[in-house]
Design a protein around this ligand. Structure first.
Ligand code: ADP
Length: 489
């Protein structure tokens, strides 16, 4: 099948979160199965033309956005270490900026995000026609490409080129919906009659994600549990009614990770390579990590790692309530991430208070992330909600034990370790708590720290974790089956 995969971020070109990892890995896995996959993303400032060998493919990609004629170009390249083709939509006014969606260092979205992603969506569709490459399936991702299913079913449907194309929209995070003032509607080129509450309108505003959820032929989320959760009021972010009404067209497919990239026995970034057989080398990575973070190793103390956007969704409010108490225990904590200013402040203050026990790295740093995955003993993810979560999957691969809340993809991938039972069964690969509550988190951390002090038990849980398989192979197969089903329906 011909699959057009639209994403606002793709590794290694540009990334703010898990979507980029999926968009870099799933298309590669689909190509391996034998599909003809084309990925399209914006040409942001950080997508260096020389480094990635971008070749000009098309000029004069003109789209009318409101009263503007926006003219751009398309460049082509491949995803590194693969033959999977990527096109980059270029328009310097829209994408040649330091941030992807927000002004860096602030919580402010770019005010023209509506125009940026209307142009991107339409330019990608126009590009396919200009290249005379008609996809069987368009796989859209998140709100940035939410209007594409609407275009296919309405504005573009009179053109035979676009007829019969099936659309899938994957929700990577329902918390981000792309909601704009009603005036944005006139920029879309869509008929104003679509601005009703059963279609594109959301409480008087234009909601890109909702639009996609109404018009896509099929909706997926990135874990089975999350696909159920979003149909409830607690997790539905105002769209649970719609998702529930479409439940026969909603399913969850768990993300994988790229096992070639994330591989402790083959990782060129980490200090010392290791596998389950050479797990003793993990200790060298721990020492190296602590040194990198300006700390000295404390005997018997587990290193707890956090790599995350520092936002409420990730459970930092409940962590904040117990973190002082936690730092009184014999542990060391390393936090890598950026996000809301209140958490920058909180962690900065804690670092000053406990300089030998905690290190804060307020930045985005892919290398340091690998040092943390390889060098930590535990990885903390107490998320309020978690569509899939990649951090826990990478941690498992590196024998770093996840401590997580039972929600979304965390619930689908992490099995609570039971000291009494897990010597007979090989299931427990982490520590799990259910209620979103700081004391539950604290108790679970205490339990993990307690098991850590039992060398034999810890070896067992590390072994269980490293034997898990969350590579893309089986998930790509599931997407492939879904595409086939849609194309033949
Ligand atoms: P989300 O997509 O909600 O941010 P995920 O767990 O799905 O969360 O994916 C986050 C990914 O981004 C992980 O691969 C994580 O290692 C990485 N990441 C997050 N923050 C940073 C950071 N500051 N530096 C390096 N990598 C980061």
């Amino acid at each position: 099948m011909k699959i057009l995969f639209l994403s606002s971020e793709v590794i290694p070109f540009a990334k703010t979160g898990g979507l980029a990892d999926v968009a870099g890995a799933l298309p590669k896995a689909l190509s391996k199965i034998g599909h003809d996959v084309v990925v399209v993303m914006p040409r942001y400032r950080q997508v260096n033309k020389e480094k990635y060998n971008l070749q000009l493919a098309l000029t004069d990609l003109v789209v009318e956005v409101g009263d503007k004629q926006i003219n751009g170009a398309a460049f082509s390249s491949v995803i590194p270490d693969s033959k999977t083709k990527v096109y980059f939509i270029e328009n310097n006014d829209l994408y040649d900026r330091d941030g992807l969606y927000q002004v860096p260092g602030t919580d402010k979205d770019y005010i023209d995000n509506d125009e940026r992603f209307i142009y991107f969506s339409r330019a990608a569709l126009d590009m396919c026609k200009r290249l005379n490459w008609k996809p069987d399936i368009i796989h859209c991702n998140d709100w940035q490409t939410g209007l594409v299913p609407v275009y296919i079913k309405t504005l573009y449907s009179i053109d035979p080129f676009y007829q019969g194309i099936k659309t899938i929209l994957t929700i990577h995070n329902l918390g981000y919906q792309g909601v704009f003032e009603a005036e944005s509607m006139s920029k879309t080129g869509l008929d104003e009659s679509l601005f009703t509450m059963d279609k594109l309108e959301f409480w008087g505003k234009l909601n890109f994600l909702k639009a996609g959820l109404v018009y896509a032929d099929f909706i997926t989320t990135v874990s089975e549990r999350y696909s159920q959760e979003i149909q409830t009021e607690e997790y539905g972010a105002g769209l649970n009614g719609l998702l529930n009404a479409r439940k026969s067209s909603v399913s969850g497919i768990i993300n994988g990770i790229d096992y070639n990239v994330f591989s402790p026995s083959n990782d060129p970034i980490i200090h010392k390579k290791y596998s389950l057989k050479t797990i003793v080398n993990k200790l060298d990575n721990k020492k190296y990590l602590l040194k990198q973070c300006g700390m000295r190793r404390k005997v018997g103390a587990p290193v707890l790692g956090i790599i995350s956007r520092l936002v409420d969704q990730k459970g930092f409010d409940i962590l904040a309530e117990i973190i002082d108490k936690l730092l009184h225990l014999n542990i060391q904590l390393i936090v890598l991430g950026t996000g809301e200013q209140k958490y920058h402040k909180l962690f900065s203050e804690l670092q000053s208070k406990y300089p030998t026990k905690m290190s804060l790295q307020l930045k985005y740093d892919a290398n340091l992330a690998q040092y943390i995955y390889a060098g930590s003993d535990m990885f903390i993810m107490p998320s309020k909600y978690e569509p899939c979560g990649l951090g826990q999957l990478i941690s498992l691969r590196y024998g770093t034990i996840p401590v997580v809340r039972e929600t979304g993809g965390l619930a689908d991938t992490i099995v609570d370790f039971d000291l009494a039972k897990d010597f007979e069964q090989d299931k427990g690969n982490g520590f799990v708590f259910s209620k979103y509550d700081s004391q539950e988190l604290y108790k679970t951390l205490l339990r993990a720290i307690n098991v850590y002090s039992d060398e034999k038990a810890w070896k067992k849980i590390v072994s269980n974790a490293m034997k898990c398989d969350f590579s893309w192979k089986s998930s790509a197969q599931k997407y492939s089956q879904l595409y086939g089903h849609l194309v033949h329906s």
